[in-house]
Design a protein. Structure first.
Length: 265
């Protein structure tokens, strides 16, 4: 267990992210998908540009994020420090707790107008591929506040944060994969986990579907809280109406869009 945790905590998430994107990006060129599109180079440049800017901004507050976790660990804040159960069970609880917090953070990002102005940049993509998961506005980092609150209450340590970051990164890239998975995947794994088809529904232009399937990893949160939806993803139109023109898809327009009075959903 110690060797495994040491390995997990020393994985560079940014390198892992770029590696996985490259793998899925190449697969998307050879595996049949109904979502092929022109000017993929420009599309990728835009998404990677937003990703790099988001990383730069996150590093400005990363020290505070890590400092908070270290302080919690050193002072034994939180519930899990006072429950006598095996550590591997605490790791599992921590992973589930992070995903639960992520569900509500995502849902709040759709409900609160200010947060939606930032989050809609992610939904502005008119198609989907392995780079879409990191099409984020640099200021769309409100989730950090909710994560820190959860860390304080539950007493989640650095190992739990590292494990979640690893698993969540894999799911984010997989969920945005430009590929329609077979029905049996949704009927089996889709009972518990978020699948690419289930997340594509979340990226529909139709608000009825946009405001559904918020979970990153465990789709059971949507099933429990009534936000689960399912439909044929091959018939969906993706993106947002206020971002349909080529100009509105530019990197500069996406960066300034939260400060513009665009037509809301």
């Amino acid at each position: 267990m110690t060797k495994f945790l040491n390995f997990i905590t020393h994985i560079n998430i940014n390198i892992l992210t770029i590696t996985l994107i490259m793998i899925f990006f190449i697969l998307e060129r050879f595996i049949y998908t109904p979502f092929r599109f022109k000017k993929r180079g420009i599309h990728s440049f835009t998404n990677f540009g937003l990703f790099i800017l988001s990383i730069c901004f996150f590093y400005l507050i990363a020290n505070f994020y890590v400092w908070t976790i270290v302080r919690i660990d050193s002072y034994h804040f939180g519930l899990l420090y006072h429950i006598d159960i095996p550590y591997y069970i605490k790791l599992i609880i921590g992973l589930i707790a992070f995903d639960f917090i992520g569900y509500w953070n995502h849902r709040i990002s759709h409900l609160v107008p200010l947060f939606w102005r930032l989050h809609r940049v992610h939904h502005s993509d008119l198609t989907m591929d392995s780079t879409t998961g990191f099409r984020l506005h640099p200021f769309d980092l409100v989730w950090i506040l909710l994560k820190l609150i959860g860390i304080y209450i539950l007493g989640l340590d650095m190992n739990m944060v590292a494990l979640f970051s690893l698993v969540d990164t894999i799911f984010v890239i997989f969920a945005h994969w430009n590929y329609v998975t077979p029905n049996w995947v949704d009927k089996t794994l889709g009972k518990i986990f978020t699948t690419p088809n289930l997340h594509k529904i979340h990226h529909s232009e139709d608000q009825y579907y946009t405001d559904s399937n918020f979970a990153d990893i465990l789709i059971i949160w949507d099933r429990i809280f009534g936000t689960y939806k399912f439909t044929d993803v091959t018939k969906l139109k993706y993106g947002l109406k206020e971002f349909e023109s080529p100009k509105q898809q530019s990197l500069w327009h996406l960066l300034k869009s939260p400060f513009l009075n665009l037509k809301s959903k």
